[in-house]
Write a protein that binds this ligand. Structure first.
Ligand SMILES: Nc1ncnc2c1ncn2[C@@H]1O[C@H](COP(=O)(O)OP(=O)(O)OP(=O)(O)O)[C@@H](O)[C@H]1O
Ligand SMILES: [Mg+2]
Length: 383
């Protein structure tokens, strides 16, 4: 638990948040915790920076308090199968074997692996695992297969419940197109293990779990995470201000949330900048919100300028259109209103914008800019 400090900025962005920095996603948390307890597999899908990692971590940390064990691999950090195996081995060692085994037993955990990992201890006493590339490529697959079996075996032996959690799971196909098949063949026997797969590439994640030709077809329930409702975010922001020597009024709160629309990362980023604008002992005014927004746009200017400069003319028209209003760029009404090219041109321009996660297709089928600050930047500097 972080200790409140009246002179320290109470907002955080850029990494997963917990405890006091976490605004309650009560419904999602409750559901996720129940699924973990029941051994239900879950796919958590949300756009980048919406708080997937924070949500899964929050649910996990509440459950670990009740004796649940967690094996966790973030696939963004594992560009090769050897790295993937190493991260898996480390989590099995640190998070599963260490709490339940004595040192001597622990040493035997990896004795059944085809490739024996190198284990080094760094100066902080933390263990690092490594698997060198094998001569026979089948060896690393056999090793991964065995590692994937271990959590369920250890949990059963020690009568513990275990969650196996993969963050940025869509990267799995990049490691090896056959890896999902291998994983699924192991996991399908693990009835008591809850597998949690988080990912940000919506289409890829949906394909992995909802296409009947994919190994993970219908093997997990899908949970899509949206923005945080302003009715939840507003009291959170206010209480964060109130913990310090600065405050915020209703009008400023409304303006801040009108800009970010409850986008979790953007809301914390703007709130952080706003807190910095307010002098000690004062309450944030609407003018302070505008100044904070200008500061954020200045900080993001280099990135957005690059986006803008590398966009083609039809892409610029699309970015301007979505900055004005979200909508359906394939309908005549929207195309005419925003002077867009014919449908085929829209299609060609749109696809790379979606791939770069600048534009997002909403669940209702309309399209919008993915980032609130890009919208503000386009409106301020490129229209
Ligand atoms: N429940 C929450 N309450 C308050 N802020 C949140 C919450 N969830 C996310 N945030 C904000 O959003 C930021 C991103 O959160 P997090 O890293 O969990 O998202 P993510 O979806 O895993 O992002 P990425 O796509 O980068 O992996 C956090 O640093 C925090 O500022
Ligand atoms: Mg994340």
């Amino acid at each position: 638990m972080t200790v409140a400090h009246p002179l320290r900025n109470p907002f955080t962005y850029g990494e997963a948040v917990a405890d006091d920095a976490f605004a309650d996603r009560a419904r999602e948390l409750g559901e996720l915790e129940a699924d973990m307890r029941n051994g239900q597999n879950v796919v958590v899908i949300a756009p980048r920076r919406y708080g997937k990692s924070s949500l899964v971590r929050a649910a996990l940390s509440r459950q670990t308090g009740e004796g649940l064990l967690v094996v966790e691999v973030d696939l963004i950090t594992t560009p090769t199968k050897e790295r993937f195996a190493a991260k898996l081995a480390k989590s099995i060692h640190d998070d599963l074997a260490t709490p339940v085994f004595r040192a001597r037993e622990r040493a035997r955990v990896f004795s059944s692996l085809r490739i024996t990992p190198s284990m080094t201890v760094d100066t902080d006493g933390r263990m690092t695992f490594g698997f060198s590339a094998a001569r026979d490529p089948g060896d690393i697959d056999a090793t991964i297969e065995r590692l994937l079996e271990l959590p369920a075996e250890i949990a059963a032996e020690k009568r513990k419940r275990v969650v196996v959690y993969f963050d940025e799971f869509q990267e799995v196909t990049r490691l090896d197109p056959h890896l999902p098949g291998l994983m699924r063949s192991v996991f399908q026997w693990q009835r008591d293990v809850s597998h949690v797969y988080a990912g940000s590439k919506r289409e890829l994640m949906h394909r992995l779990f909802n296409d009947r030709n994919e190994p993970f077809y219908r093997s997990a329930k899908t949970m899509e995470i949206g923005a945080i409702d302003p009715s939840v975010f507003a009291p959170f922001l206010r209480s964060q201000f109130d913990r310090t020597d600065r405050g915020i009024g209703d009008a400023s709160l409304d303006r801040l949330l009108a800009v970010t629309r409850g986008h979790p990362h953007a809301t914390q980023q703007l709130a952080y900048a706003l807190w910095e604008e307010v002098p000690e002992g004062f309450t944030a005014s609407e003018g302070d919100v505008e100044a904070a927004l200008r500061a954020v746009l200045r900080a993001e200017n280099a990135r957005f300028t690059l986006v803008w400069d590398s966009a083609t003319p039809p892409q610029k028209l699309l970015l301007q259109a979505f900055a004005r209003e979200a909508g359906r760029p394939f309908t005549n009404a929207y195309r005419i209103a925003h002077e867009l090219p014919p449908s085929s041109g829209v299609q060609r321009a749109l696809r790379p914008l979606i791939a770069q996660e600048l534009v997002r297709k909403e669940q209702d089928g309309s399209y919008d800019l993915a980032e609130p600050f890009l919208r503000e930047w386009v409106v301020a500097f490129a229209t």
